[in-house]
Structure formats: C-alpha cells, structure tokens
Write a protein that binds this ligand. Structure first.
Ligand code: AHM
Ligand code: MG
Length: 327
C-alpha cells in the first residue's frame, strides 16, 4: 500500500492546489513537531524533565519542555519565506517577523498542549492554526476562526502523528521510524454524528452551570436514564489526545465555563486551541460551539482570550446547545 509523504500529499493531492509558500510553512511546522517529539522522548537524558522557575503569560507554571517547544516552533517556522507573525501560548506579545505587505501568513500555536501530562508519560501535543494576513496591511491577528486556511495538531503518543486540514477534509499522517517522514495513514477522517462517549473533567461537577450538569447526569444514568443507553467516559487532560480520539471513533469533548474560570472566559484559549480544533472537527463532519454560538464565528478580542468549548459528534453537541438554550 502506498502512503504518500506529507510533501507529496500537499503538492499533488490538494485540489485546488495550495500556495507553495503555504506548503513550505506546513513543512516547517511538521519539522518543528518532529524536533519537539525528539525533545520529549529524550527529556530524561537531557535534564529537561519538570518545571521551570518561571510562569508564562497566563500565570501558569511552565515546564522546561513548554519553553523548549516554544523556542523550536519559533526557530524553525521563522525561516518560512512568507510568514508574517507568530502568536504563541507561551509569549505575551505577538511576534511580527515582517511587515504585513511582505508576508502572507499568520501562525498561531500552542507549542506543547497538555503539559501536565509530560512527566507521567502520557500523550501531549502541539496545536496550530494558519490565517492570511490582512490585505490592507494592518498588523491584525484577531481574526475569526472561520477565516483559518489551515489548522492541525501533532500528537506525541505511542506514535507521533500530524493531523491537519487545509479546508479539504481532515487527514492524519504518522511519522515513520528512520526517516521521520510523515506518511498519510489516516485519510479522510470523519466523525460519526452519534456517539456514546464523553470527555469532561468530572471533578468540576460542582462548578458547572445547570445545562452541563443536566447533560452529564443524563449520560451517566446510562440505560436506566433518559438516554436509554450506556455511555463511556474518557478524560486525558490533554486536548490533543481527547480530540484525536474523537476524530478516530467519535465522542464529545466539553470544557465549559464554570464558577471557577468564568471570570477568565473559560479554560481553553480561542486562537490556538479552540479555533484550530473547531476547524478540524467541522471539516470532519462534527460541530464545535461555545455552548450557544459556533466557535469559528466568534470575533476574538485578545490574543490569549479563553472560551468555553463543546465539540465533537454533531448530535451530542447540538443536544447540549439545546440544553443551554433552554436555560
Ligand atoms: P495547557 O495548554 O496549559 O496544557 O492547558 C490546556 C489543557 C488541555 O489540553 C486540556 O483539555 C485541559 O487543559 C485539561 O484541564 P484540566 O487540568 O482541568 O483537566
Ligand atoms: Mg494548551
């Protein structure tokens, strides 16, 4: 069976054809992810386990690998000929590499998502999103997710995978041992509309609003409850791993606003966590909302803005939307 490499896929299978400078940028993102995978694998030998003394822009304790992953993303992708700016979870200010007239693309990324899982050797990932620069020459990065031209993630698990969409479906690539090349192993990933699996940090039950409590109470009641079937629960505390599972076998992922995080807007960040994942989920036939509105239609107000996130199999996401609408 032939499994095209990422380069072959991007250069010959995308219809309409992709801009070569976008392909160069995606190849740089893939290279950064390969390098980050190596840093994660060898962290124990290179003194890179554990936390830094510093906190990041969000006031969160940074792991050494958060800082390394951020540095590698910036170092490798800054070479891309038409990349104008970087927006990273780990960096407060937007990094402008060029004047908007001299670049075409904006790259948003969470260099190492789920970093609480690094030291326990569970799957972590990198998430990225690409938008086009403002044609009027403005230094603007607050662009709604419906204008993303590409998004994806790398999952650093038992295998290193890169899953992406350029608006023509969702495709998964696995890094081959030896060359490290990403090869197309999961073409046309789609999410079934129906599911019996949910993902939420259930320890926060007491903090949730009524619609989320109602939904979770009903699915937990299983066959004997109003849903009349048993549901399974999974929560890895690594959004990449949870979203990857949903792209492979369906499910719903919920990180709602609650009484503890509402003053921040929620937990997950809009530009480099919610939007790229929402783009993938919709491209795979699922739905992605903040409870009421489509995530991709939200107008960002700040680079590090947080939002509630509900995404995955359409029927379940819409059911939870209806519970929110009912109050
Ligand atoms: P991070 O970017 O600081 O790693 O935070 C994002 C992560 C997501 O990967 C995951 O879904 C969530 O935070 C886990 O939250 P919790 O610790 O409440 O389980
Ligand atoms: Mg993150």
């Amino acid at each position: 069976m032939t499994m095209p490499t990422l380069r072959r896929f991007l250069t010959s299978q995308a219809q309409p054809a992709l801009d070569p400078n976008l392909i160069f940028l995606l190849e740089d993102v893939a290279a950064a992810c390969r390098v980050i995978a190596r840093h994660i694998r060898d962290a124990a030998f290179e003194g890179n386990r554990g936390a830094m003394d510093s906190t990041n822009v969000q006031g969160e304790v940074q792991k050494k690998l958060d800082v390394i992953a951020d540095r590698e993303f910036a170092r490798i992708c800054s070479n891309s000929p038409r990349l104008a700016a970087l927006v990273s979870e780990e960096v407060e200010e937007v990094t402008w590499l060029k004047d908007p007239e001299e670049g075409d693309y904006l790259l948003y990324y969470d260099p190492l998502d789920g970093s609480s899982n690094i030291d326990v050797n569970l799957t972590v990932g990198s998430i990225f999103s690409i938008c086009q620069v403002d044609r009027d020459g403005n230094r603007e990065v607050l662009i709604p997710g419906n204008r993303q031209i590409c998004s994806g993630y790398a999952a650093y698990g038992p295998t290193t995978m890169l899953v992406l969409s350029t608006g023509q479906g969702v495709h998964g690539f696995t890094s081959e041992r030896g060359t490290g090349d990403f090869r197309l192993t999961h073409p046309e990933m789609t999410i079934p509309a129906e599911t019996s699996e949910f993902a939420i940090n259930a320890s926060r039950f007491r903090l949730w609003d009524e619609p989320v409590r109602r939904y979770v109470t009903e699915v937990r009641a299983g066959k004997e409850g109003p849903r009349k079937r048993d549901f399974n629960m999974r929560w890895t505390a690594s959004m990449v791993a949870d979203v990857h599972r949903i792209l492979v076998r369906g499910g719903i992922f919920i990180y709602p606003a609650d009484t503890d995080n509402r003053h921040d807007g929620g937990k997950l960040r809009l530009l480099y966590e919610a939007n790229p994942m929402a783009f993938l989920i919709e491209q795979a036939g699922g739905a992605a909302l903040d409870g009421h509105a489509r995530l991709l239609d939200l107008q960002p107000e700040r680079p590090h803005q947080r939002v509630p996130v509900i995404l995955g199999s359409k029927d379940e996401v819409e059911r939870l939307r209806d519970y929110h609408a009912a109050g």
